[in-house]
Write a protein of this length. Sequence first.
Length: 361
Amino acid sequence: MAEVTRDSIEAKLKEYTDPYLEKDLVSAKAIKDINIDGGAVSIDIVLGFPAKGYVDTLTEKLTELVGGVDGVSGVTVNVSSKIAAHKAQKGVEPIPGIKNVIAVASGKGGVGKSTTSVNLALALSAEGASVGILDADIYGPSQPRMLGVNQRPESPDGKTLEPIRSYDVQAMSIGFLVDEETPMIWRGPMVTQALNQLINDTNWTDLDYLIIDLPPGTGDIQLTLAQRIPVSGSVIVTTPQDIALLDARKALKMFEKVEVPVLGVIENMSIHICSNCGHEEHIFGQGGGANMSEEYDVDLLGALPLDMSIRQGTDEGKPSVVADPEGRVAQIYREIARRIAGKMSTQAKEYASKFPNIVIS
């Protein structure tokens, strides 16, 4: 019987390309330990992204792969996740209590960006991350309704706000502070000040990710975000029709200009499936998101169907990921969430917060 060596195990592991890291686990430095005891092999893997829904698949694939090495009699695979803080724009300070900020944007309204944001936050939470969501749409906040919350946040010291917790996600929105039907008749400077306060005066607790649900367009709020808030990555939501893609391109170019990495594009309302007969139809056109991702060399993170349950769930305060966790739509959101987090885990890490401030007196 051949002797089992670390090199032979690593060579075998290199044959598996991780779909979320887009490289093998050895090159990605995710293999933390390989123990060999005769023919028994134990492998410790630490992923840089939350992956509860993927652990079984990964364990199965690697067990089968390594089990095929000559001399191996048994394989144990241990998978865990450790999420690091990743670099944001230059000159923007990290926010206490938040490792990574992900901005979810669209060039135009009505493409389902807020629905996508809340389901992504819930999907990352379901995958094992600590997650918050900030509703940055001051004029049209929708997260309170989508999360099924209508309470006001507490302020223990009169200066800061406690985030509202719903479905294990920490949330903050101007909608928690004003009546649902009160219009926000504010000029730009008031809006940017409100956004600053909502993000910096909220007592976020140990967040791996804060999802920011941006209003449509490329105006004051987007500019404030780019200049003052440390964003580690952005996601563009579009629908397949040309007019939505035209505006989505503007959002993408805006992030490129302010040097925020675009993690990818999500195509919403990609296909309509008839609830009566199951007939599938591309009522908003076809392949727009794929064409855009090809043209700008960004990933197409996933495509979501035009499904009545998605709309019903958010209207009722029970988004798809929590309303039907095992359903097809929830699984698509979780797959997209793993892709986003996996892509971010390959970016440069942020070490500034690890160092003490040096004061010369």
